[in-house]
Design a protein around this ligand. Structure first.
Ligand SMILES: *[C@@H]1O[C@H](CO)[C@@H](O)[C@H](O)[C@H]1NC(C)=O
Ligand SMILES: *[C@@H]1O[C@H](CO)[C@@H](O)[C@H](O)[C@H]1NC(C)=O
Ligand SMILES: *[C@@H]1O[C@H](CO)[C@@H](O)[C@H](O)[C@H]1NC(C)=O
Length: 976
């Protein structure tokens, strides 16, 4: 015994000898460790490790710093595109390592190693990688000063207890990880040296503890995007050094605490999107503020006049509160002021004139208030301005001419005021302008022909003004124009033939002017025209034959002076009202028009065609019914539905009324419950079936719906408009593999979306539930191709890409022939075609289908849908759900499939056993496409267009080569 003991002592002292007196031995070990690290990162697309050669000294390796004894002290390899599984065990054998910096790489895999050997570490950065699983205990790392683990996909419960004795910690960054919900961790409150605490978006709930005030070294405190509730503790006022305070997107209540005034060093303050109330006068002491964001709360009272004296302020976002009184008139006149959004308040008085004094302002958003006075002429030379939105106020006077020609302006929104004066020829300089929204004013004068030089125009909304003169024929040069609303003005002259070259136009409304002359036949050839209203003018001549081919949701030529025969396809009773009050029109089929001179004997075929048309378009008559007010009947079960008024918007020709829909929203008709709302089946009196989705307006409860906190990108003109715009876009989508949205019916607190009903339920039902059925391989393949085409259409077929955001088998519905249709666009947003790269930041999706990049960037684009679609393909092939207990903890179908790629036998075992052997090879082809779709790196995933292509071609050799060319790492990556 004692012998053994002393041997051990000898061994120990020998080791000491080796460690301290024979550094060269140590170094050869270190060489081995680093070469080992290099080979583990052999997937990296970087050459930073090229200098790591067995023949050189470790101290000469790029990214390595040694201490005086020649041992590795620092590894600095952040942002190097390193990809692979980190051999932490071996790295921790570097005895002198005090800095390990590997942030912003592509490291993956779970960290299961024991880090207790890394005792010397003072700096550990594993942030912004793609790890999986939970983070291990690190209580041995008592020397740590900097710890970055943010945005690295760590899940589960963080080992908060490890932080207990890390009293040297100055920086702690754990945010943007999908941790389990946790109260604010006490351990952090003991870290008195902390000056930077980043706990954003990591599921912290409950109150902000008052002891936070003891962390008096804090300069940055970021707690945004959590579930924090209760009041902001007064003790926060003790953080005198605080420079940045971010507590937005939580559930905080109460008032801004009085202590806040003591934070005189504060430059960045954001408490937006909470339930805060009371006055904001406390901020008047924060004279160093650069950015102040308090939007989407319930603040009342006035905007403190002191804000007008803040010398550094460049960004003020106070929208959607209940603020009153005027804005400080010197606001924004000091620093390089950038942006103001005070929309949706009750503010009064004039627009502060000097916010663009330094010539740097980009956004002026003041819509929906009670501002008065004129647009200060100073803004007419504010060339940096991108967004000018002052609609829904009581502004008046002449719009300064220069405003129309601001070269960077994207939107000018002055609607619903009392503005006067003409749209000037300055508009020719507005090369970036997409939207002119100026309806409901008193604008006068003529439309300048130079409007054709504003080539980015998508929407012109000038209805309900006093505009006179002709519509300039140059308007045909606006190739991107999609909506032209000129109704209720005093326009005269003829409709320019050139309008037919506005190939993107879908909506033309020129009703109630004094337009005369013939209707240009070119309008009949517009490929995307959906709504045409030329009623109440003095148009004459014949209805162009070309109109026969139009398929319109709204068509109105009534109250004109049209003559001659009504084109055959329009000769149906249903279009009767659209053509009424044109005494000169004749028809051989519609009785309410006079008979045309008979010589054109109609063939039977034509008659048949007319009958078909009549059926298909029963239509307009019925859609009139849609505008009826809600009939209050006893039938409603749902009280909340009964007592509200509904706004009905239809986008297709309809054969049902609002009442019919509302009557059917009752429990008996409930066919599904989803994340966003309940789904009802509605049987119409004519036997047709519809699906109605009832969505509660979660916004009215202030719950976070969107994670967008970049008001700089612009704020919508109220959620309703946004909703409408979205519904309108979605309803304009027509594709055999996309569910049709007929109309929306909205009230203050909920919305009904009326869709076509598909009898065979969802793919999820058919694969995984009690409604499961035998789907043979052909059917599965057809479903795969059809669904892919639907998604392809959403991504590439529309004017702007529509990202679905929640692709899953339960959102793929099946018609009576099991043809698939993509459904449920509740979460889809439109990505501007030109802004395509800065994908929108919205959290959405369903566990098991969510692409990995969600976890660390919250950025979604088409490629996130592609990932989800890949998961659906895997479901189709394997018959498994995306998450099954058999996959193991924290594993989903993607990692399960990857784990089966060892040999052919094992791959074939993925295919659902019920699929006959003869088809298994074909199923594996689809599986390969699924794997490409679920590649971790979005850039390596194919587009939906390519997916459709691959699915259609599905020639075995082609697919194999794609796999090998694109990505050899597909298989290895997930392998342990
Ligand atoms: C890359 O490294 C892994 C792990 O060390 C090893 O299994 C694999 O063979 C290496 N691949 C290449 C191409 O060197
Ligand atoms: C922190 O230190 C105390 C006292 O030395 C010790 O009891 C405790 O176990 C330590 N905590 C951790 C997590 O190591
Ligand atoms: C704010 O500062 C004042 C004066 O220095 C002090 O009396 C007060 O206690 C401070 N409040 C907080 C919450 O720190």
């Amino acid at each position: 015994m004692s012998n053994a003991c002393s041997y051990r002592q000898i061994a120990l002292s020998l080791c000491l000898v080796f460690c301290f007196y024979l550094p060269c031995c140590v170094k050869s070990d270190e060489l081995q460790i680093l070469l080992n690290l290099k080979s583990a990162l052999n997937k990296s697309s970087t050459n930073v490790l090229d200098s790591w050669e067995a023949a050189s000294s470790v101290c000469s390796f790029d990214g390595i710093t040694c201490n005086a004894e020649g041992s590795v002290k620092e590894i600095e390899l952040s942002s190097q595109k390193l990809m692979g599984v980190l051999p932490l065990d071996s790295i921790c054998q570097l005895q002198s390592l005090d800095k390990l910096s590997l942030g912003y790489n592509l490291l993956y895999g779970a960290i299961t190693e024991d880090l207790s050997n890394c005792v010397k570490l003072q700096y550990l950065d594993l942030g912004n990688n793609l790890f999986t699983g939970s983070f291990p205990d690190i209580s041995a790392l008592g020397e740590l000063q900097y710890l970055y683990l943010n945005g690295s996909e760590f899940s589960g419960t963080f080992p908060w207890k490890s932080l207990e004795n890390m009293t040297n910690l100055a920086l702690l960054s754990l945010g943007d990880n999908p941790f389990n919900r946790t109260p604010f961790p006490d351990q952090i409150l003991k870290l008195k040296k902390l000056n930077w605490l980043y706990l954003a978006n990591c599921s912290i709930e409950g109150k902000i503890p008052p002891e936070i005030g003891d962390l008096t070294e804090l300069r940055e405190l970021e707690l945004q995007y959590n579930y924090l509730s209760g009041e902001i503790p007064v003790e926060i006022g003790k953080l005198h050094k605080l420079w940045q305070l971010e507590i937005y997107n939580n559930e905080l209540t109460g008032k801004l605490p009085v202590g806040l005034r003591n934070l005189t060093n504060l430059e960045y303050f954001d408490a937006s999107a909470n339930h805060l109330e009371g006055v904001i006068s406390e901020v008047r002491y924060l004279t160093n503020l650069v950015t102040l964001q308090l939007f989407e709360n319930q603040f009342t009272g006035e905007v403190p006049t002191e804000l007008g004296e803040f010398k550094k302020l460049v960004n003020l976002s106070l929208y959607t509160n209940m603020l009153t009184g005027p804005l400080p008139q010197k606001l924004g006149s000091w620093a390089d002021f950038d942006f103001i959004d005070v929309s949706e308040n009750f503010l009064t008085g004039p627009i502060p004139p000097d916010m663009c004094k330094k010539g740097t302002m980009k956004g002026l958003l003041m819509l929906q208030n009670r501002f008065t006075g004129e647009i200060p002429v100073t803004y007419a030379s504010c060339t940096t301005l991108k967004r000018f939105r002052v609609s829904n106020n009581s502004l008046s006077g002449i719009v300064p001419a220069g405003i129309w020609g601001l070269p960077n302006l994207n939107i000018i929104d002055i609607a619903y005021n009392q503005f006067e004066g003409p749209i000037t020829s300055d508009i020719k300089n507005a090369k970036e302008i997409g939207i002119i929204s100026a309806e409901y004013n008193r604008l006068s004068g003529e439309l300048p022909e130079e409007i054709s030089e504003a080539i980015s125009l998508v929407k012109i909304e000038l209805n309900n003004n006093q505009i006179l003169g002709k519509i300039p024929h140059e308007i045909g040069e606006l190739k991107r124009l999609s909506s032209l609303k000129l109704h209720n003005n005093g326009l005269s002259g003829s409709i320019p033939e050139s309008l037919g070259s506005c190939a993107s136009i879908s909506n033309i409304n020129m009703a109630n002017n004094s337009l005369s002359g013939k209707i240009p036949s070119s309008l009949g050839y517009l490929p995307t025209l959906n709504s045409l209203n030329l009623s109440r003018n003095e148009l004459s001549g014949k209805i162009p034959e070309s109109f026969s081919s139009l398929k319109l949701t709204l068509f109105d030529l009534s109250y004109n002076r049209l003559t001659g025969p009504i084109p055959e396809s329009l000769s149906i009773e249903a279009y009767n009202g659209s053509l009424a009050r044109n005494p000169g029109l004749c028809s051989s089929t519609i009785r309410s028009f006079k008979q045309c001179p008979t010589d054109s004997g109609m063939s039977k075929d034509v008659r048949l065609l007319i009958v078909c048309f009549a059926l298909g378009a029963m239509i307009l008559l019925a859609s009139l019914g849609c505008f009826l007010y809600l009939r209050r009947t006893e039938k409603y079960r749902d009280r909340s539905l009964k007592e509200v008024s509904w706004d009905f918007k239809s986008f297709h020709v309809l054969t049902f009324t609002e009442d019919e829909i509302l009557d059917s929203i009752k429990r008996e008709n409930l066919i599904g419950k989803g994340g966003s709302g309940n789904v009802y089946k509605v049987m119409l009196s004519n036997g047709a079936e519809l699906a109605v989705k009832h969505i509660w307006n979660t916004d009215s409860h202030g719950r976070r719906k969107s994670r967008s906190t970049t008001p700089i990108l612009g704020k919508r003109a109220g959620k309703e408009k946004e909703f409408d715009a979205e519904v309108q876009t979605l309803s304009s989508i027509r594709h055999v593999n996309v569910v049709k949205l007929y109309c929306s019916i909205t009230s203050e607190d909920s919305s009904l979306l009326v869709y076509e009903y598909l009898p065979n339920g969802s793919l999820w039902d058919r694969l995984h539930t009690s409604r499961k059925m035998e789907l043979d391989w052909d059917t599965r393949y057809e479903i795969a191709v059809g669904a892919a085409k639907g998604l392809e259409y959403l991504h590439h077929g529309c004017e702007r890409p529509v990202i679905h955001r929640d692709v899953k088998s339960s959102n793929i519905l099946l018609d009576e022939f099991f043809k698939p249709r993509i459904a449920n666009f509740g979460l889809a947003k439109i990505v501007q075609a030109n802004g395509g790269k800065d994908s929108t930041r919205v959290i959405a999706g369903t566990h098991g289908y969510i692409a990995p990049e969600y976890g660390y960037t919250y950025k979604v684009n088409e490629k996130s849908d592609v990932y989800s679609f890949g998961v659906v393909l895997m479901e189709l092939v394997s018959g498994k759900r995306p998450i099954e207990p058999e996959f193991g903890d924290n594993k989903d179908i993607v990692s399960w499939v990857c784990s089966k790629l060892k040999n052919k036998q094992s791959v074939l075992s993925i295919v659902e056993p019920r699929i006959p052997d003869a088809f298994k090879e074909d199923a594996v082809k689809v599986l390969r496409i699924a794997m490409l779709c679920t590649t971790t790196l979005p850039a390596l995933r194919p587009t939906m267009r390519t997916v459709v292509h691959m699915l259609e071609e599905a020639e075995p050799c082609k697919l194999v080569s794609i796999i090998i060319n694109k990505d050899g790492d597909l298989k290895k990556k997930e392998a342990k």
